[in-house]
Write a protein that binds this ligand. Structure first.
Ligand code: ADP
Ligand code: MG
Length: 582
């Protein structure tokens, strides 16, 4: 139970409710114990009536009626408290499930991009849903039945020994055998459950990926291939579940067998003792009832064991992610950023990559300057921008903003001062206005419209039936690539950041619109630093400085006017693009 120890803090948090649950369990069980005793009394009276004939028929009837009435009343009370047990313990398990999901989600959010690149979305999702609900079963039913069983065992066995010590001893003989069996079975349940959780993760990752790539699957006609792959995973999952069921199936019959043994021993040994007049007939009856009272709890021991084993396996998977430390560590500087950016000999290698994505990158941008970064796909443009956002940390060298290493800034300060338009704009399945307001929650409708106009997307938005309230994504409209780009430009602009970063984000808009957007951005004035990456010279032609990069290295640097005078990569690119346009 090493992994489940992690959850003790939650047990501590709800210790009051759990304690209450235990008290209620004890009360419920004490009341359920009255029945066997009352049956014992009834039989003893009947025996006295038949054997010794020293009580009248009326007394017998009256005594029996009282006993029956008491049996019903105690059963009702015990039932009521059993209901209360669920209200305390099962509720606690729901609270803990809620807490744990929040904890995992918060932790996920703090982890760096690298973590998300390494782990598949389906796996992340399985751990926060499937695995958490397995763990909840441990807190709820498992704890509830364990308390119940323990309390019942202690009370029942104590009353048995008190009543007839020798007979108790015989009745309890099968118990040690039972413990050994449970221990053996639970070990193999644990192993099988771990494998099952892995298969579920693989299956849901695969499903998730399939649906994300559904248009490719359809257009390439590869449904049959995907289906057979899914089928293989499905069969695997089914087989592993059957493996588990095989083991679990042993539990119940074995428990019943042991109880049956106990019962036979009670009747055999108890019968002999009754004949030898060592015990009353009532005691024998009480014992048989006790043993049957133990049947259900003993049977649940197997079930509880397997819940705990499954929870242990699931918590292990959850802990593996909770133990991951964010690679990007917080700094403490919260000074306002002006927007001077400096790269000093920056090298960067993606984890797991063979080559450096960036090599010896050095440049300086003054506050308010406009910088263009141009180069082929894969040359490292997006990587430079990701480093400014601190989505990754440099491998070598340093990045300074306003002469302070970016690692020293708090992530909030750093990212609050950057407006970022990614290469593949992502919009949430919410309304357009909500998507734009991700840039600045406090902005008013008018502000949103103002920046949508600057991004040249306002006219298209108001053509939708619900205008800015139009729902996007799964349940709403699907936008074109260009519309998505321009909405994410509006989202970045509305933030009014010190540093604006446009990653190749004008690729899907026509050149006329591109010019308009660029003009609007120039009109924002010199109050913010602007970095634009592109394959197209037209996007960056008026930049103060252009960095030409190739294979992760800066091969040329300067203004358009300067670069065009030099016989090099930039000039040939310019000439090529000029002729293409004509
Ligand atoms: P560009 O934006 O200029 O097209 P990128 O910065 O995206 O180029 O990529 C630069 C290089 O880094 C490429 O060789 C690319 O394959 C590699 N790369 C990009 N992202 C990753 C990643 N997450 N893991 C490993 N390599 C990456
Ligand atoms: Mg890129």
């Amino acid at each position: 139970m090493k992994e489940l120890k992690y959850l003790n803090k939650y047990l501590l948090k709800y210790k009051f409710q759990i304690f209450l649950g235990i008290i209620i369990s004890i009360i419920a069980r004490i009341f359920s114990l009255f029945a066997p005793r009352l049956v014992n009394n009834s039989l003893s009276i009947v025996e006295e009536y038949i054997k010794y004939e020293n009580i009248s028929t009326e007394t017998l009837q009256k005594e029996l009626l009282i006993n029956i009435g008491l049996i019903i009343i105690t059963a009702l009370i015990s039932g009521f408290f059993t209901f209360l047990i669920r209200q305390t313990i099962i509720n606690v398990s729901r609270y803990i499930e809620y807490d744990l999901k929040n904890e995992i989600f918060l932790h996920y959010q703090n982890l760096s991009i690298e973590f998300y690149k390494k782990n598949r979305t389906g796996d992340l999702m399985t751990r926060i849903t499937e695995d958490v609900s397995k763990v909840r079963m441990y807190f709820g039913p498992a704890i509830m039945y364990s308390i119940n069983t323990t309390v019942l065992f202690i009370i029942v066995i104590a009353s048995m020994i008190n009543l007839a010590p020798t007979l108790s001893l015989y009745t309890l003989i099968p118990l040690p055998v039972l413990s050994i069996i449970i221990f053996k079975l639970s070990k193999s349940i644990h192993i099988r459950t771990t494998i099952i959780q892995q298969t579920i993760s693989r299956l849901s990752s695969f499903t998730q990926e399939t649906f994300s790539g559904i248009s490719i699957i359809k257009s390439f006609n590869i449904e049959p291939r995907i289906e057979s792959k899914f089928n293989l995973l499905s069969i695997e999952s089914k087989d592993r579940n059957l493996d588990l069921a095989k083991i679990q199936a042993w539990f119940f019959p074995l428990m019943i067998l042991m109880i049956g043994l106990s019962n036979s021993l009670v009747i055999y040994v108890g019968g002999i003792q009754y004949i030898e007049e060592k015990i009353d007939i009532g005691v024998l009856a009480e014992f048989i009832l006790y043993v049957s009272m133990l049947t259900w709890p003993v049977a649940t021991v197997g079930w509880v064991t397997s819940i705990v084993q499954q929870a242990e396996a699931s918590q292990k998977r959850i802990n593996a992610f909770l133990k991951q430390k964010p690679k990007i560590l917080e700094g403490f500087n919260e000074k306002n950023i002006k927007g001077e950016i400096r790269f000093n000999n920056v090298k960067f290698k993606y984890s797991g990559a063979e080559f450096n994505a960036l090599n010896n990158i050095s440049f300086k941008i003054l506050p308010g300057e406009k910088i263009g970064i141009i180069g082929n796909t894969g040359s490292g443009k997006s990587t430079i921008l990701d480093l400014i956002l601190r989505l990754y940390d440099v491998t070598n060298g340093e990045i300074l903003i306003d002469n302070i290493n970016i690692k020293d800034y708090s992530l909030k300060t750093l990212r609050n001062s950057i407006g970022y338009v990614p290469q593949n704009p992502f919009l949430f399945s919410e309304t357009i206005i909500e998507n734009i307001k991700y840039g600045n929650y406090k902005s008013k409708q008018l502000d949103v419209e103002k920046f949508a106009k600057k991004a040249q997307v306002h006219k298209e938005i108001i053509k939708f039936n619900s205008s800015y309230k139009t729902l996007l994504g799964e349940r709403g409209v699907t936008l074109s690539g260009g519309q998505r780009q321009r909405i994410s430009i509006a989202r970045a602009l509305i933030k009014k950041p010190q540093i604006l970063i446009f990653d190749d984000c004008l690729s899907s808009v026509d050149s006329e619109t591109e010019d308009k957007i660029l003009k609007e951005i120039n009109n924002l004035g010199r109050s913010r630093t602007l970095i634009i990456t592109s394959n197209n010279i037209s996007s960056i032609i008026d930049a103060d400085k252009i960095l030409v990069i190739q294979n992760g290295e800066i091969i040329q640097m300067g203004s358009h006017k300067k670069l065009i005078e030099i016989n090099g990569y930039y000039r040939s690119l310019y000439n090529k693009q000029k002729t293409e346009k004509q």
